[in-house]
Each structure stands twice: as C-alpha cells, then as structure tokens.
Design a protein around this ligand. Structure first.
Ligand SMILES: [Mn+2]
Length: 274
C-alpha cells in the first residue's frame, strides 16, 4: 500500500512531456535519457507494463519517479546550496525504509517547501519495510519543490545493496518488476555531495584514502553509474566512516575506509585555490 496522502499535487501536474504518457490516454513512445536507454525498459517489459498502466496510481508513480530522475540528472555531482542569513536548512541522515520516522520528522519540522528546505543525505531505502513510500514521498517533494528538497546518494542507493537488503523485493511486490530498473536509473542520477554556503561539506560516507582532494575533483566525478567497488572518490564518498583514532584505518564495511579527525583537519576541500 502506498501512503502519499499528504502530498497534494494536482493530477494534471503529473503529465510528462518526456515520455508522452498522460493519465487519460496511455501512449508509450521511446524515451532517451541520454546515457540511459529506457527504451529497453519498455521493450523487455512492455506487456507487463501496459497491463499495469491501467492502474492510474501506477502511472502517477511512474511519472513521479521519471520526473525526479530528470531533475536529478540535470544536477551536478556536487551541489552548492545557498542558505540566506537567518534562514534554516535541515539535513537528515539515513531513513532506510522507516516511513513513520520520516512522517515524524515532517511533523516536528514541517513539510518540505522552498521556505523549509531539506537535504536527505542518502540511504533512503532498504532495511525498513516502507522504502517505496519513502522514496516516492522524497521524489514527489523533489518534483514539487526542486530547491526545497535536496537528495544525495547513499551506499544503499545501488542495485547490489537493494538486492540484498530489501528494496528490490519491496518494489517488486508493491509496484511490479519494471520499476526496479527505473529506480536503479534514478539512483544513478542522485548527486554525491552538497556544500552549504561554501562552508559545510555533506556526503553520505566520508573522506578519502588520499590527501589533497578538492571540491573540483568531486565536481568532476562522472557519477552516472553503479558505485564502483573500491579505489575511487565515488566509492569513498558513499562508504567511508569517521573513526575516533587519528589517521586512516580499514573500514568495518570492507569498502571505503575509516578516517580520523586529523584527516578532516588537513583536508584541502575548501582550499581557496580549488
Ligand atoms: Mn550508509
């Protein structure tokens, strides 16, 4: 069951010019997401998809995901966020399928809007039983208020993690198999890092196995892929963890690394020469 009652978007707003699907008449045409070939998504699963398109709710859901995907794809790998003096900005960590926790956050801090912006910092899905509800709510808000909802990729926004930790199965049972690939594509479009007011660097995981990484290096990451398993900035951004000891150590995940406060202190991220 999908619970999105609190999201008020008029159905006419769901029309997607990109795919030529409207709520009244379902017309499928090949779509080109740049490097993503969604035509395959339709050709392989076309029958199953057409069957499901009779359900208007699924069409709405499809359009929420697709429109969020398009928005996210147009964003850089590192997103600069400007919070004017006196305004606030809420950064939230892993919600991991706990939809009622997400609703509680909104109850305590207000619904997202341009005046009440949020950054959800990855790991939206897996583990909890309501990952579908969470990702649809976040994507719908992204669509409604592009500058009121920022989303960063976490290590759980990947095919291999979703297969093991529950999201893939949940999508299959609640929405149907065709959506698995669509979400996977959307996750590949999520930005990797945010910088708030040129001062605060926000990533899901952490810092790097080498010193001297600059913001420009992160801006230059070609992120439109499944996360590489190791030895890349993208992998470390998603997987690294802080540790109480100084220096660098092995990661408890077996991917990325653990880093101490000294690594953070000598970071060149905000070097004026960046
Ligand atoms: Mn994580």
């Amino acid at each position: 069951m999908v619970m999105l009652r609190f999201v008020r978007i008029r159905s006419s707003e769901f029309y997607s010019g990109v795919v030529g699907i409207s709520l009244g008449s379902v017309q499928l045409s090949p779509i080109n997401h740049g490097r993503f070939q969604c035509t395959e998504f339709f050709s392989v699963k076309r029958e199953a998809w057409l069957d499901r398109c009779n359900n208007k709710m699924l069409v709405c859901i499809y359009q929420i995901v697709l429109q969020a995907l398009e928005l996210l794809r147009s964003m850089p790998s590192l997103v600069d966020v400007n919070v004017p003096n006196g305004n606030h900005f809420m950064v939230c960590g892993d919600v991991q399928g706990q939809y009622f926790d997400l609703l509680n956050i909104f109850k305590l801090n207000g619904l997202p809007s341009e005046e009440n912006p949020y950054l959800f910092n990855g790991d939206f899905v897996d583990r909890g039983s309501f990952s579908v509800e969470i990702i649809l709510a976040l994507f719908a808000f992204k669509r409604l208020y592009p500058t009121g909802m920022y989303l960063a990729r976490g290590n759980h926004e990947s095919k291999s993690m979703n297969k093991i930790y529950g999201f893939e199965g949940e999508v299959k049972s609640k929405l149907g198999e065709p959506f698995i690939e669509l979400f996977a594509e959307a996750f590949c479009c999520l930005p990797l890092a945010h910088v708030i007011n040129n001062k605060v660097f926000v990533v899901h995981g952490g810092l790097f196995s080498v010193d001297g990484v600059k913001l420009s290096d992160i801006r230059a990451i070609d992120r439109f892929c499944e996360p590489p398993e190791e030895g890349s900035l993208m992998c470390e951004i998603l997987w690294s963890d802080p540790q109480p000891q100084l220096g660098r150590g092995p990661s408890k995940h077996g991917v990325g690394l653990s880093f101490g406060a000294d690594v953070t202190k000598r970071s060149y991220l905000f070097d004026p020469m960046k």
